[in-house]
Write a protein that binds this ligand. Structure first.
Ligand SMILES: *Cc1c(COP(=O)(O)O)cnc(C)c1O
Ligand code: SF4
Length: 346
């Protein structure tokens, strides 16, 4: 009885935190004491992709600093409204590899399920910001067909719950999905792609750990942090709970101009991840999504940054620099197409 009550109270905690997220650009500027002159552009850009920032994440920003690397990830700017050639709505060809609504099967042995269109935070560079979630998150209707597909594809070992953010779904829904998946004998690994351990660490509660670790599937989680300042005591505690429960933790980062495009920032991130028990996994080149061109880092600069990281860090703290190119059968590692990079590129 008491356990049940606890579970309900705790799940209400994260849902309340989610509901209290800042969604009004004016509110965002006011809370951080920023120049109201930023507002008109923010309002305009927020029309195409709304603002959403959890209060805990906002609390890690430096008030009064318009260049704060956390703020830059969520503040809509006039640049988002520019149409830049080459920056598209479906930059990674997702819609071509969706045999069933909500199921992406691009790579051997693993499928990705778009389980939810919702996120706890709206990242301005997000490659799925134009994704037709209304169709994709028809996953509930398509669920029997998805299970059929997975049963028929015996080479699939791993199912990735992604989104949006899968952890915005209720524990009941997630537990039911995972139970259906665990009933398919050839599936071995359950992977979650979620930014919630970073932006809403309250989400990692007992009810979540109960379905995530109560399955025969091996649980792994790929979190998404872009800057060491995104990690604090609350996120560290969330990762510790996951780690203690036996969930392997990896991180993916997007390389973002003006936010983390220098080796010291990325080295600090790797160290902070390690301190939280998280293994750096991918460093993604920005997907050329419409509205995000101002975050793009050139390949030359990215490779020069990687050179510096290679000289500063042990191998296990170096993420793989990759690009998501449509039509390929894996993420594509970035490789040198020229002889040397001068240090001045960094
Ligand atoms: C990135 C991605 C994956 C995961 O790739 P890994 O290399 O296994 O991390 C799987 N499916 C799709 C559609 C993806 O975009
Ligand atoms: S899918 Fe990930 S990157 Fe995109 S808005 Fe949601 S949390 Fe941010």
């Amino acid at each position: 009885m008491i356990t049940r009550l606890n579970v309900h109270r705790q799940s209400a905690d994260w849902q309340r935190a989610l509901a209290q997220a800042v969604t009004d650009p004016e509110d965002l500027l006011k809370r951080l004491g920023l120049d109201p002159a930023l507002l008109p552009a923010a309002l305009k850009a927020a029309e195409r992709f709304r603002v959403r920032v959890p209060l805990g994440y906002l609390g890690r920003m430096t008030p009064g600093d318009p260049a704060d690397p956390l703020l830059r990830q969520v503040l809509p700017l006039a640049e988002e409204c520019l149409e830049i050639p080459g920056f598209q709505c479906d930059p990674v060809g997702d819609l071509e590899s969706m045999p069933i609504p909500g199921l992406l099967h691009k790579y051997h042995g693993r499928v990705l399920l778009v389980t939810s269109g919702a996120c706890a935070i709206h990242c301005r560079y997000c490659f799925r910001q134009h994704f037709p979630y209304r169709d994709a998150s028809a996953i509930r209707e398509a669920w029997p067909r998805i299970l059929c597909y997975l049963r028929a594809h015996e080479e699939v070992r791993e199912v990735i719950l992604s989104g949006g953010d899968p952890l915005t779904l209720s524990d009941d829904k997630l537990a039911a999905m995972v139970s259906d998946l665990a009933g398919i004998p050839h599936l071995r690994t359950l992977r979650l792609h979620s930014r919630l351990p970073v932006v809403l660490p309250e989400r990692i509660d007992d009810a979540l750990l109960s379905w995530l670790t109560g399955t025969r599937l091996r649980p792994i989680m790929v979190i998404h942090a872009n800057h060491a300042r995104e990690l604090d005591g609350t996120t560290r505690a969330a990762m510790e709970r996951l780690e203690l429960a036996g969930v392997r933790l990896f991180n993916q980062t997007v390389l973002l101009k003006g936010i983390n495009d220098d080796p010291d920032t990325l080295a600090a991130l790797s160290h902070a991840l390690f301190d939280s028990g998280v293994q750096p996994y991918y460093l993604h080149m920005l997907d050329p999504v419409q509205g995000a061109a101002h975050f793009a880092v050139t390949e030359e600069r990215a490779l020069a940054i990687l050179d510096h990281l290679n000289r500063q860090l042990p191998g296990y703290l170096i993420p793989r620099l990759v690009q998501d190119i449509s039509g390929r059968d894996s993420k594509t590692p970035l490789v040198r197409t020229f002889q040397t990079v001068s240090d001045s590129a960094v």
